[in-house]
Design a protein around this ligand. Structure first.
Ligand SMILES: Cc1cc2nc3c(=O)[nH]c(=O)nc-3n(C[C@H](O)[C@H](O)[C@H](O)COP(=O)(O)O)c2cc1C
Length: 193
């Protein structure tokens, strides 16, 4: 389902809160490899195939897409989320994936995982209201949302061209956020630098 993992030293997993084909958030994530050092790779995990959370199905053999998501999170040194805001909050698609990935409670693949949280919106607030919810949900899983200035990309549609983020000031700001994520990974004993 997800793209082939690379063998470079630091692996990041990109998760978009939008599953539509022309998603601005996915376009942002698709633009990040160019901002990373050669020693770091990022692959995207699309959430299209993740079913609605059902505790009846959540055991030793969860649905295949869920098992793949949890494995991808386990194998990554850090996560990069970019999500839209829906009705002032986090899209159900993303919350649903976090819920699946969060089990078993407090001992899931998310525990201790550094996570850079970004939001993007065609509107002027950049999805910042959803960002607070995403950070809170990650905190509930014992993941480690990176503490830094929020990356909330306003007017994102105007900054995308050919499926890539092209607005240089935003790219510069996002690069600083990625640097912070890699520093956090290094601090935790990963291979972030
Ligand atoms: C159901 C729904 C609710 C939305 N609510 C908000 C909102 O509260 N704030 C906002 O900035 N944009 C809102 N939008 C607009 C989205 O930010 C916009 O559709 C965005 O491009 C979706 O992200 P994507 O391009 O990555 O798919 C909403 C869109 C939908 C479909």
């Amino acid at each position: 389902m997800h793209q082939q993992a690379s063998t470079t030293r630091t692996r990041l997993l990109g998760i978009s809160g939008s599953i539509r084909s022309q998603s601005n958030c996915t376009a942002v994530l698709r633009s990040l490899q160019a901002l990373l050092p050669d020693s770091t790779s990022i692959e995207l995990f699309p959430l299209n195939e993740i079913p609605l959370y059902n505790a009846d199905l959540d055991g030793a053999a969860p649905p295949a897409a869920v098992a793949e998501l949890k494995q991808a999170i386990s194998q990554a040194h850090g996560l990069v989320v970019c999500s839209p805001e829906y009705n002032y909050g986090m899209p159900g698609v993303l919350k649903n994936a976090i819920d699946w990935a969060s089990r078993p409670a407090f001992a899931s693949p998310l525990k201790g995982k550094p996570a850079l949280v970004m939001t993007a919106s065609p509107g002027s607030a950049g999805g910042v209201r959803a960002q607070a919810q995403i950070r809170d949900a990650f905190a509930a899983t014992l993941a480690r949302p990176v503490v830094r200035q929020h990356v909330a990309i306003a007017n994102v549609a105007a900054q995308i061209s050919d499926g890539r983020l092209v607005h240089q000031p935003t790219l510069d700001f996002v690069k600083l956020a990625l640097d912070d994520l890699l520093a956090e990974i290094a601090l935790l004993g990963g291979t972030g630098s």
